[in-house]
Write a protein that binds this ligand. Structure first.
Ligand code: GLV
Ligand code: MN
Ligand code: MN
Ligand code: MN
Length: 403
């Protein structure tokens, strides 16, 4: 069995979700902690020195010449998942990094710079709401006080969840010592779209990430009894929310290249025979032009207020996170293009830690073909041969940067 496939097979049972299907590996869950332990074991088996930084990011160092830890070439990805997600979103980049280390060790490559494989926690933001939380903390893109107070759906704060697992949340925040070690970052990821399928290629070099953000939209009405409240007497925030979901879809459709999604909605208190008193819904909006995203969200807010008024409710919108459109470093990209001359350039609509790190260090990405373009779904897949081609491409790119 090829190496990336074998590594992923070793963790295929971790965090399987019998209810949703696929895998649920929220940050600081047993599943995610088991994956982190697996990573530490695999890294140490390869002779790498593993450390955990102030923000819970794992760094596995390969530095056989004992060079000073600066200007390092860093690769890696994440091991947490969305609820009921696929097998490859995140772990493919981590397994490919380990397989690339194997290839470089087999080739006897001598390193002129240290190499690190990094694992970033809470990339998906599926537990505490803010995506790329580890890399945002590392780079100072989120206030550590705000991060510590983020709550999961059960009301547990990040600080509480981290402390319960032996992390020290008081140390969270921009880590200049860790940042000073990074010369460049190269993340391999499953493509999650149909770009490579359409091009008939297994591997692409990333060019850009769409700007994207998350907003919480709350409709408040009058909680009441489903049997005794006449239809004309209701102030039902669920009806307002349902109309808003359609308005979100239509507003995005009216702007070329925009994407807007409501993938999560929470009625309070949430009972079959209860008219909700409040409904929260989470909006994900994306566009290559950040000004268009801002205008789109402003329009959605205005539509939500109008719908709420028509339903006897109120609406309010709060931004939870925003990431500007990222264009990857041209110099780094050029060096990777030189060793992967057949790989096409592709942008992506998915967010990645590479987008956050790209604000502070030269950053690039490699994408591996998704045979049907499906991701954030149990049906996400990658062909074995493409996974191996990705690892070889990553090893070639790393080797050219390291030697
Ligand atoms: C993460 O995968 C995102 O794009 O939201
Ligand atoms: Mn994802
Ligand atoms: Mn991912
Ligand atoms: Mn992502």
């Amino acid at each position: 069995m090829p190496e990336v496939t074998r590594l992923l097979a070793d963790i295929a049972d971790v965090g399987r979700d019998a209810v949703r299907g696929g895998w649920s590996r929220p940050v600081l869950s047993t599943a995610e902690l088991d994956l982190r332990a697996w990573f530490v074991g695999e890294a140490e088996r390869r002779g790498l020195d593993v450390e955990t930084d102030r923000n819970g990011i794992l760094w596995a160092w390969w530095n056989p010449a004992g060079l000073p830890l600066r200007d390092a070439v860093v690769t890696g990805s994440h091991l947490d998942s969305v609820p009921g997600g696929g097998e490859f979103d995140g772990p493919l980049g981590v397994a490919s990094a380990l397989a690339a280390v194997d290839l470089l060790q087999q080739r006897g490559s001598s390193l002129a710079r240290p190499l690190a494989v990094a694992v970033f926690p809470e990339e998906e933001g599926s537990r505490f709401g803010v995506a790329c939380l580890g890399s945002r903390l590392l780079t100072g893109a989120i206030d550590p006080d705000r991060a510590r107070g983020l709550r999961d759906p059960e009301g547990v704060t990040l600080a509480e969840a981290a402390a319960a697992q032996g992390f020290d949340p008081s140390s969270f925040g921009r880590d200049d010592e860790a940042l000073a070690r990074i010369g460049c970052f190269l993340e391999l990821h499953v493509e999650q779209g149909r770009g490579l399928v359409d091009l008939g290629q297994p591997v692409a070099i990333g060019s850009s990430i769409l700007g994207h953000g998350r907003w919480r939209l709350t409709f408040a009405g009058q909680g009441n009894h489903a049997g005794t409240t006449l239809m004309d007497d209701r102030r039902d925030p669920m009806v307002a929310a349902a109309r808003a979901v359609v308005a979100v879809r239509d507003a995005a459709r009216a702007r070329p290249d925009a994407r807007a999604t409501v993938g999560r909605l929470r009625p309070v208190p949430g009972g079959t025979n209860v008219i909700a008193s409040r409904v929260e819904l989470w909006l994900d909006a994306r566009h290559p032009d950040d000004a268009v995203t801002t205008a789109l969200v402003a329009e959605i807010e205005q539509l939500a207020r109008q719908i709420a008024a028509e339903e006897g409710c109120t609406a309010s919108l709060v931004e939870e996170s925003f990431s500007v459109t990222t264009v990857f470093d041209e110099g780094l990209r050029g060096r990777i293009e030189a060793v992967l001359p057949n790989a096409p350039l592709l942008g992506t609509g998915a967010g990645h830690d590479a987008g956050v790190l790209g604000t502070v260090v030269p950053t690039a990405m490699l994408f591996v073909r998704s045979p049907d373009g499906i991701s954030h779904s149990p049906e996400e897949s990658v062909e074995d041969a493409d996974a191996e081609a990705g690892a070889v491409a990553l090893a070639d790119a790393l080797e050219s940067l390291l030697t």
